[in-house]
Write a protein that binds this ligand. Structure first.
Ligand code: FE2
Length: 291
């Protein structure tokens, strides 16, 4: 494998050439991809056709322990993709039809348009997300990424000092509510309790300090809500300034791998009651989780 990384932005992001994620890669080849991820944080790999669910799972398993707990169901809905390791990020119901306007799943998924990092609402965080593109709308539906290492580096010393050691509460239902979603049922709420993480951590692969924030942050324990909210809003606005962000335009067959411990991302709008957008995500975790 002659891996070539073509940068997508001056700070981060690359398109990897010379690799097909369907191939049986050697440990050395996987290590090259991990090294590219440590450097670029977001890596896109194109393919002539979408990866099968099985191929996506097989490659993701090479990058660490996989999330294999089916997302708690939204009350009253079925499942389209019968693999516990895959999160369905489409706007399609269990029969492959576009959700009707007002469908709870659609309303909750629109929260993905807020800046976030995947699964920060879990105590065992997500490391890599691997999103495979199967069908895309004719316009819209890009994914935007922000480099949270560069954003941390650019904070002034007073802010770095202020946030060092602070812990935030991350809650899935907080971002759903910010995104305009309906109130969760008791069963939905119980399926995703909050988690607590430091605002600044050292990235294990690169040794760089990272600002770890997301729209999932509901508060900072011990702080009044308005002060916590103001700080998180200020940090989010800073970290998503144009110089730290690029927008990825999808092609069918792409797999984009991003490091949730080094970036934030958000979906951009498209006409989601008219066009299909079929994206399927495999996710790796910091340590094995059996739930
Ligand atoms: Fe996400």
């Amino acid at each position: 494998m002659a891996l070539e990384a073509e940068p997508l932005h001056p700070l981060f992001g690359a398109r990897l050439k010379g690799v097909n994620l369907r191939d049986a890669l050697t440990d050395g080849e996987v290590a090259e991809i991990v090294a590219a991820l440590d450097r670029f944080a977001v890596c896109a790999v194109g393919h002539d056709r979408p990866l099968s669910n099985e191929d996506l799972i097989a490659f993701a398993a090479r990058l660490g322990p996989m999330d294999a707990g089916r997302s708690p169901k939204i009350t009253g809905t079925g499942i389209r993709i019968p693999h516990n390791e895959i999160t369905d990020q489409s706007n399609l119901d269990q029969d492959g039809a576009i959700y009707a306007e007002g469908d709870r799943r659609l309303l909750f998924k629109r929260a993905n348009r807020l800046w976030h990092t995947d699964m920060s609402f879990r105590q065992v965080r997500a490391t890599y997300s691997l999103l495979a593109s199967h069908e895309i709308p004719p316009t819209g539906g890009n994914t935007e990424f922000a480099d949270m290492r560069a954003a941390y580096d650019a904070l002034d010393d007073a802010m770095k000092k202020r946030i060092e050691g602070l812990v935030a509460e991350h809650c899935y239902w907080h971002s759903r509510s910010l995104g305009g979603g309906p109130d969760p049922t008791d069963e939905e709420r119980a399926g995703r309790p909050p988690a607590y993480h430091r605002l600044v951590h050292v990235h294990p692969g690169s040794g760089r300090k990272v600002l770890y924030i997301a729209s999932h942050i509901a508060g900072i324990p011990g702080w009044p809500d308005d002060e916590a909210r103001a700080l998180i809003e200020e940090l989010t606005a800073f970290a998503t300034r144009p110089e730290f962000v690029f927008s990825y335009e999808w092609s069918v067959g792409d797999v984009v791998i991003w490091d949730n411990l080094a970036t934030m991302h958000r979906a951009t709008p498209f006409d989601d009651t008219r066009y299909k957008r079929d994206m399927r995500r495999a996710t790796c975790r910091e340590t094995p989780v059996h739930s």
